[in-house]
Design a protein around this ligand. Structure first.
Ligand SMILES: Cc1cc2nc3c(=O)[nH]c(=O)nc-3n(C[C@H](O)[C@H](O)[C@H](O)COP(=O)(O)OP(=O)(O)OC[C@H]3O[C@@H](n4cnc5c(N)ncnc54)[C@H](O)[C@@H]3O)c2cc1C
Length: 481
C-alpha cells in the first residue's frame, strides 16, 4: 500500500484526529510538521506562538511514538517541501484538517492544492471545529455545528504502519516570528497542560466564571484558559464540548440555577462563538484587511499611523493606568480576558483614533491564542467598523474603578504607582506636585502624563462617527454581521 502523509497544522494532537485515522486506515503513515519561513515572516506571527507550538510538538512526538509513528519535522516553503519529499519517498495522499487562517495561509493552501493536482497526490481535508467550508448562507449552521460536536470522539486507530524509509528531520529553531517581546508568563503548550486546564476548570475554577470573567484580576483564574490549546488543537473543540456538557448536566441535576450552572451556561455560549466567528472569516476573508462597513473607509487614516500614539498604546505608556496595566499584563503573559481585550481595542480606535489594522497586528503578536477568525471579527466589532453594532466606547477610568476597585491590579503591573493610594490611582493626573512627591511618583518622568484627555477624546470620537451614520440601537445589535 502507498504511503500516506499526515500534515499536522493547527491540530497538534493524536486524539480525535480524523485525518490521522484516515491515513492509518489507508496505508503506511508518515506524520509531518513543516516549519514554514514565510509563515514566520508574516506580521501577525510571534516568538510566543512558536514557543507554544514547540511545547506541543514535543508532546506530539511522544504521542505518535507510542503509536509506533515518528514525527518528521521539515523546514522550508510549501509546496516545495512536499515536492522534495515526494521525489525521495513517494506518497499517495496528504491528510490534514481544513484551516481557516489568514490570507497568507489561504494562498499557501491553494499552492499546495495545485501541486497535489499536478503530482497526482490526493489531498483529503477534514473539517476542523464546527466551521463549514463552502457555505454561502448561515441558515442551518447551528444544526451542523451541533451534529459535529456530538459525534463520537475518535481515538487513534490501533496498529498503524509507519512509512518504511526513515528520514532526518530539521533542527527546531530557537526563535521564530516577529515581535521578540519576552513572554515570561506564557502558558505552557502541549496536551497535558490542556487536559489539566480542562479538568481544573470543570472541577473548581469555573464555578465563578460568570461573575469573575470581566475583572482582569479574577479572570486569569476563573476563565478556562483553553484558548491557545484550541488555537493549536491540543484538544479538539468536540472534546471540550462533550466534557463540558457532561459536567453541566451533573451540575444541573445537583444544583439547578446555581452559580455553577449559570457559569457553565455562559461557557457553552463561548464554545459556539468560537466557531461562529471563524465561520465569518471563512465566508469573508476580507475581514482581515478591509472595513466590514465600507462607509467607514475614510473615517480613520490607515496609511499615516500616528506613531507616537500607537507606540504609547502598544508599550503600555499611555498614562492611563488601567489601560497600561492591561497592555503590560498582556505582553508579559500572552493572555488577557475578553473585556480588557475589547477595552484595549476601543481605546486605540476611539480615544486615540487609530485605524485598527496595526493595533490588530500588535495584539495578534501578543496573544498566544491568536486565532485569525475570532481575532479580526472581534477587532472590527470593538473598533466599530462592522456597521451593525452599537458603539462600545469604554470609559477606561470607570472600567478601572469597576474592575479594579482597590487598585491592586494597577499596582502589580504599573509599579511606578505602587505607593499611590486607591483614591488617586485610577486617575493620577489629578495629583498635585506635592502629592506626587509624597507618593513617590513624578508624572512625566516616572510615569507619563495621559496622552489624551480620555473624556474629551471619547466625546469627539462619538461625534465624528454619529455625524456620518445613525446610532445602532442596542436591540438591533447582533452577533452576526
Ligand atoms: C479584540 C479581541 C481579540 C480577540 N482575539 C482572540 C484570538 O485571537 N483568539 C481567541 O481564541 N480569542 C480571541 N478573543 C476572544 C476572547 O477574548 C478569548 O477567546 C478568551 O479571552 C480566551 O480566554 P479563555 O480560553 O480563558 O476563554 P473562556 O472564557 O474560558 O472561553 C472558552 C473558549 O471559548 C472561546 N471564546 C471565548 N470568548 C470568545 C469570544 N468572545 N469570541 C469567540 N470565541 C470565544 C475561546 O475559544 C475560548 O478559549 C478576542 C477578543 C477580543 C475582544
Amino acid at each position: 500500500m502507498a504511503d500516506q502523509l499526515v500534515w499536522f497544522k493547527r491540530d497538534l494532537r493524536v486524539a480525535d484526529h480524523a485525518p490521522l485515522n484516515a491515513a492509518i486506515a489507508a496505508g503506511p503513515v508518515r506524520p509531518v510538521y513543516v516549519i514554514e519561513p514565510e509563515l514566520w515572516a508574516q506580521p501577525d506571527s510571534a516568538q510566543r506562538h512558536w514557543a507554544f507550538i514547540k511545547d506541543c510538538l514535543v508532546e506530539l512526538q511522544v504521542a505518535l511514538s507510542e503509536l509506533g509513528l515518528e514525527l518528521l519535522v521539515l523546514n522550508g516553503s510549501l509546496p516545495a517541501v512536499f515536492a522534495e519529499l515526494h521525489a525521495k519517498v513517494p506518497f499517495a495522499a496528504i491528510h490534514s484538517h481544513q484551516e481557516t487562517g489568514n490570507a497568507w495561509s489561504y494562498a499557501r493552501d491553494r499552492a499546495v492544492a495545485d501541486w497535489c493536482r499536478t503530482a497526482q497526490v490526493h489531498w483529503h481535508q477534514t473539517p476542523n471545529f464546527g466551521v463549514v467550508r463552502g457555505l454561502r448562507k448561515r441558515t442551518g449552521w447551528v444544526k451542523q455545528w451541533e451534529a459535529r460536536m456530538t459525534q463520537p470522539i475518535a481515538d487513534p486507530l490501533a496498529k498503524p504502519a509507519q512509512a518504511a524509509v526513515a528520514l532526518p528531520g530539521a533542527e527546531w529553531p530557537e526563535t521564530l516570528g516577529q515581535g521578540q517581546l519576552a513572554c515570561p508568563g506564557r502558558q505552557a503548550g502541549g496536551r497535558q497542560a490542556a487536559e489539566q486546564l480542562l479538568d481544573s476548570f470543570l472541577a473548581t475554577r469555573g464555578q465563578h466564571y460568570r461573575q469573575g470573567m470581566s475583572s482582569p484580576g479574577s479572570a486569569a483564574t476563573v476563565c478556562s484558559r483553553l484558548s491557545p490549546h484550541m488555537a493549536y488543537g491540543t484538544l479538539s473543540l468536540r472534546e471540550v464540548v462533550q466534557r463540558h456538557r457532561q459536567r453541566w448536566a451533573a451540575v444541573r441535576a445537583e444544583a439547578p440555577g446555581s452559580a455553577w450552572s449559570k457559569s457553565l451556561k455562559s461557557f457553552e455560549s463561548r464554545l459556539h462563538w468560537h466557531c461562529h466567528f471563524i465561520q465569518k472569516l471563512e465566508m469573508d476573508p476580507s475581514i482581515e484587511w478591509r472595513n466590514r462597513n465600507p462607509g467607514d473607509n475614510d473615517l480613520r487614516d490607515e496609511q499615516n499611523l500616528d506613531q507616537a500614539r500607537y507606540t504609547a498604546w502598544a508599550t503600555g505608556q499611555t498614562g492611563i493606568p488601567f489601560v497600561d496595566a492591561c497592555m503590560r499584563q498582556l505582553i508579559h503573559d500572552g493572555w488577557i480576558n475578553f473585556r480588557m481585550r475589547a477595552m484595549l481595542v476601543a481605546f486605540s480606535s476611539y480615544h486615540l483614533w487609530l485605524h485598527w489594522r496595526e493595533p490588530a497586528l500588535h495584539l495578534a503578536r501578543c496573544f498566544t491564542d491568536y486565532e485569525p477568525g475570532i481575532h479580526y471579527c472581534q477587532i472590527q466589532m470593538q473598533a466599530g467598523t462592522t456597521g451593525v453594532h452599537a458603539l462600545r466606547i469604554y470609559n477606561p477610568v470607570k472600567q478601572s474603578r469597576d474592575q479594579d476597585p482597590d487598585g491592586e491590579y494597577i499596582r502589580r503591573w504599573v509599579p511606578q504607582l505602587s505607593a499611590v493610594p486607591t483614591e488617586w490611582i485610577h486617575a493620577p493626573w489629578h495629583l498635585t506636585g506635592q502629592l506626587q512627591q509624597r507618593y513617590g511618583v513624578k508624572l512625566g518622568t516616572d510615569y507619563p502624563w495621559p496622552i489624551v484627555d480620555h473624556e474629551k477624546a471619547a466625546r469627539e470620537a462619538k461625534a465624528r462617527i454619529l455625524a456620518r451614520r445613525k446610532p445602532v440601537e442596542p436591540d438591533q445589535q447582533t452577533l452576526d454581521f
